[in-house]
Design a protein. Sequence first.
Length: 632
Amino acid sequence: MLSKRRLGITIPLIKHATLRNKDSQLFKYLKETFRTDIPAAIIFIFSLAINTVIALKMNYLSVCSDEFGVAGIAAFYAGHDWSAAFSNITAYFGFIQALFYAPLFKITDDPVLLYHSMLITNGIMISLIPVIVYKVSGLLGVTKTYHRIMLAVICGFYSTYIAHSKFIWNESISCLIPWITLYVLLIAVETKNYKRKLALSIIIGFCTVFSYFAHPRMIGLSAVVIIIIYFSKYILKKKLIPIVPFTSSIIIFFISGTMLKKYLVQNLWNTSVLNNTFESSIKKISGHFSVSGLYNLISTLLGHLYYFITSTWGIGVLVFVICIPWIMLIKRNNKVQVSIIGSQTNKFKIFTAYSLLLTASTFIISAMFKFSSTVIGYYQDIPMFGRYIDAVIPVGLLFIFICLIKFGLKFKNVAIGIAIISAVYIGFYFTTLKIVENAPRYRMSPIIGIQPLRFNQSIIERIDFNTIIMTGLSIITVMIIVAGFCFIKKKNFVINAILSFYALLSIYSSFFIITEYLPVRAAEGKEYLIETKQLSQYLCNEIESPKVIALNISKRQMTNIQFYNKNLRIYPVVSIKEIPENSIIVTVTNGLPSETAILKSNKLQRLGQTEKYTVYAYGEKAIEYSLSKILK
């Protein structure tokens, strides 16, 4: 037996050892938290600060139907009826992004503050991406904090993410959802807790449907997730997540989303002119399978490849060079097996499949949407239309750089990449460039990713042969430098050098967007804001106001007036005969010439005039109401 004296000494020692063990566990927890969560928090705060500062420099709507379409859905959620203004809006935009904007309509009546609040909301969404990149890279075996931060910079601060998030359209949520889906999928595969796995499978099902309703083009993401889950379960006989809750959640959320979409379309759009739904796009595609249609399809695919290669400074092509040999169906002993990077973890195999399939499917869907477009020969950007693939390009880049970190990069891969780039550029020159050069109209936004490489041209200049030469020289130079790194034997030096080099290119692209592109769009927005603000002083932004008739004014100005005056209902008309009595008329200056005889002149009162537009009150009640409010 232990003596009381020895027992008295032993008990404190046991307590001390227990406390020291707890201290050690606490220290390990704090160390791990600091190593992972603190850098992630810093990345988020830094990204949000940058995006907020940029957002506050933007002024007003500058992308006509796209921004107004999303804002109109948000206004509808908040109780405002803009359906009259939607009557000549022909495109459907998806309804998810508007859910995040709707509460802002209740917070402020100031249209400029409302617009800035929406852009800051976009900034919050976009700032989550570098954090997710940082986390995902850790899940995929990248252990060095420096490497993970570099990946967050390259993929999370991607230039087009910054550009597209400075408008109130669906791009921010479309950029975020592929990353959320990937992150949840990897966590679900890793977790051993069944209840947690069950919950995550429902979330994955939600994300699968959520992406499609964010924008119809994101159906590629939906298809990729479903293929990975079911292929693993029924072909590879490996269950990644519980199938029943995953499938059930897809069915429930899809039915719910379809019902909401139908309700929104019926209450906002004029369904007789609506032509930008997924269903209408499929109908258009089916009518374009001809010789000319096939030529347009090939040209559009090459245009998309040109945009992808150029906007990633050439290195994006390696996603195909590396992935394709790794994903193969092999028949052995009458059993189908899949070889995906051999001995790598399930998470990395899933990420490989996700990267390749998501990139490829988004390319194909975007090309299918655009080759059948009625304006393919009218706008230069249509065959390239990078905006539809910008959301997923950084996912492919993350795969490339994680492969670089884990396995290194071979000169052979880069050489094959250069060969593919050359082939794409030659094909682009002989097919797509002809369509591009003959198109009369040029737009910056849909092909913003290639703008930083146009060293010899302004961003407001049309795309031409000089563009191809300059962008081609730029990316070949970058690829030659990367190929040169492959001959250095020190693996860590090569990894750090390539990551740092590409991070600098990414920073340059983002800096170009911030200093060259966005100021141009901000200036456009300011011009629209000044005109709309001057015009709106003659309107009464109240629910009780008479109808506001937009007579023969541009769709852009009509939508700007509606956004600025959220309580009004604005009706676009093209003929004086359509104007009802007791209404407010907004028209171009001198827009009511001798035809005013159609209106009763004693019931027509001019309320005010700007440089371009004039506002009238028509009818005794409208005149009385307007003058009382304006004088007040």
